[in-house]
Design a protein around this ligand. Structure first.
Ligand code: SF4
Length: 356
């Protein structure tokens, strides 16, 4: 039987020993610094023969010499190839990336509803075909969840890249007894109507999850009803540390899907790295949105120009990086439910809009 997205995600983490996970988490931190921090890249390019002097300063406890294909310009060509054996940490990272990409594909497949809801299924398939046609290279990153829930109204963050132009924050949906009963009822009905495709659902849209202090309780109900934890993407992981920690704990316990932090600047990256250890962030993809980041999601227009300027700023081509290693974009083609307003809409990716 084919593995579900949930099973696959669990397997990625369960099949590794704690020591392997620890090593992987430090390689991941190295990659985050490399992609998101110009100063780090500069320091590395000035110390290509003794990179540990640099990584030690950042609390990265792996040897960059054991992963040259991940960061040295001339070695990039060996990535994802058997010839990268001499660099075991590069092999380890690329294997992890491959598994994460497989997970992304399984997430998209999880939204399949041909038997349980053929009409909705046909509509979603049509949206996927349209986006494949319109989005080019980005299309493969979109997972097309079938449902999203907003647990607040508006957003407190106001990111410069907000593709949804979220309104000003007006309040959140409390986890009262009455609301909890309604919530469980709504998720239960979604699960009946859409079967396992309901597992693709998540609990934010033009909202910030951390604006709702009861957010994790809604997640836990979702898990109990559907067997999957909704993915969390937050641009405010430091706003309520206790809440973020509870969300990370849920991941640690059930490991059904990885989470994402949007990192708004290099200072934000510093703060996140300071607040959470590499091990705590092993299941969190850092989506680097800062102006120094090389991993712009849509590598076109201004993003491309910016990236090229950043490359030029690296004094030589000693440092290299593959663009867009494993970014996943969760763009709903399905229902959008605002619990606070009691509003239900059918949404999809608009024509001409690159998901952000
Ligand atoms: S946190 Fe999300 S919804 Fe809020 S402004 Fe940023 S991208 Fe938009």
């Amino acid at each position: 039987m084919t593995q579900t997205a949930t099973e696959h995600c669990r397997h990625i983490f369960d099949r590794r020993t704690p020591e392997q996970l620890r090593t992987l988490s430090h390689v991941k931190r190295f990659m985050e610094r490399l992609a998101g921090d110009l100063e780090f890249r500069r320091a590395l390019s000035e110390n290509v023969d003794s990179p540990r002097a640099v990584t030690k300063r950042y609390g990265i406890e792996v040897d960059p010499m054991k992963m040259l294909p991940l960061w040295r310009g001339g070695y990039l060509k060996h990535r994802f190839k058997p010839e990268s054996t001499p660099w075991p940490l590069a092999m380890m990272w690329d294997e992890f990336i491959r598994e994460m990409l497989r997970h992304r594909d399984l997430l998209r497949e999880e939204g399949e509803m041909s038997t349980i809801n053929p009409r909705f299924h046909a509509w979603r398939e049509r949206q996927i075909r349209r986006c494949n046609d319109e989005l080019g290279g980005t299309a493969a990153s979109v997972t097309y969840p079938i449902i999203a829930f907003e647990l607040s109204d508006g957003c407190t963050v106001g990111c410069w890249f907000c593709g949804l132009s979220a309104d000003r924050f007006k309040g959140y949906y409390e986890y009262s007894e009455e609301h909890a009963a309604l919530w469980r009822g709504v998720v239960g009905i979604a699960s009946e109507m859409f079967g396992s495709a309901a597992r693709t659902g998540f609990c934010y849209w033009a909202t910030e999850p951390m604006d709702n202090p009861h957010y994790d309780r809604f997640l836990f109900d979702y898990y109990q009803i559907t067997g999957a934890l909704p993915q969390t993407t937050t641009a405010a992981p430091l706003k309520d540390r206790a809440l973020t920690t509870r969300v990370l704990e849920l991941f640690k316990r059930y490991r059904t899907v990885t989470n994402r932090f949007s990192v708004l600047s290099t200072t934000h990256l510093d703060q996140i790295h300071m607040a959470f250890s590499p091990e705590e962030l092993i299941g969190v993809e850092l989506v680097l949105q800062g102006k120094e980041a090389l991993t712009a999601k849509a590598f076109t227009g201004r993003a491309r120009e910016r990236s090229e300027k950043l490359r030029a700023a690296n004094k030589n081509d000693a440092i290299g990086l593959l663009e867009g290693d494993h970014t996943t974009i969760a763009c709903v083609s399905g229902f959008l439910v605002n619990m606070l307003q009691g509003r239900l809409q059918l949404v999809t990716l608009p024509h001409g809009l690159n998901p952000a």
